[in-house]
Ligand binder design. Sequence first.
Ligand SMILES: NC(=O)c1ccc[n+]([C@@H]2O[C@H](COP(=O)([O-])OP(=O)(O)OC[C@H]3O[C@@H](n4cnc5c(N)ncnc54)[C@H](O)[C@@H]3O)[C@@H](O)[C@H]2O)c1
Length: 258
Amino acid sequence: MKIDLSGQAAIVTGAAGGIGRAVCLRLAEAGASVLAVDLDAAEATRTAELVTRAGGKARAARADVSRADDVASYVVAAHDAFGRIDILMNNAGRQGAVKPLVDCDDDEFDAVMDVNVRGVFLGMKHVLPAMLTAGRGAIVNTASLGAFIGVRNLGPYAASKHAVMGLTRSAALEVARAGIRINAVCPGPVDTALLRDIERGQARDGDGDELHKRRVASIPQGRYATPEDVAGVMVFLASDLAAHIVGQGVHVNGGTYG
Ligand SMILES: NC(=O)c1ccc[n+]([C@@H]2O[C@H](COP(=O)([O-])OP(=O)(O)OC[C@H]3O[C@@H](n4cnc5c(N)ncnc54)[C@H](O)[C@@H]3O)[C@@H](O)[C@H]2O)c1
């Protein structure tokens, strides 16, 4: 069965990044129009261009997902461009400094929470009214394997992703009867710039390549996820094929849970 999202409109945050760009392309392939949102306006525009070049319909918007006024603006931009919002991929994220908790800056803790938790909260808060009016919609929040386990030297990040699951599960219960489904995707290691930064920070000698090889070897499937692996599950969760999946965190991790 093919996923068909034709006639639907989606917002993707973090659309300049590895997973966000892949999900924009997959949504468009399924027939949805896409608003690519990111702090990095030039790269969000590039994502929209890639979607258009592949035959899809896309626009780009610059927004800081941690600011309520920016979030309200991207919602207006989606309405202006497409006249509807069926799907929100609440995906923008920041890993923060890779340090033991005792060395973490208070400001960096706040910055991680602002993007990963406040950004997800604001996205749902501002998009849900339109979905409630329409009586349908799907939201996929990007959590992480780090939403379920401790992650050495990434305490604020792991805490923020635990919080994403709390928001996902709670909001999902509030709107399920209104025809709206909210779920999360929980990637293990994905081969993106974000993860390579983490590996460099976690490697004792500062060279992440050795650590990368060991980590890859420890994954039952013997490889990290590609952004496309994650994007495919996100699009599935947003589609009617997932019609009875509510408030879940779906793991995409090649079999690694630690
Ligand atoms: N890469 C991994 O291994 C991995 C694993 C689990 C979860 N995740 C999560 O997946 C999501 C996407 O990450 P990615 O791997 O594609 O990384 P990435 O760094 O390639 O993309 C993240 C994007 O978010 C954007 N962003 C950051 N702060 C923002 C803000 N305040 N407002 C708007 N946009 C902002 C960045 O500009 C970037 O384009 C994140 O939520 C991340 O935590 C990634």
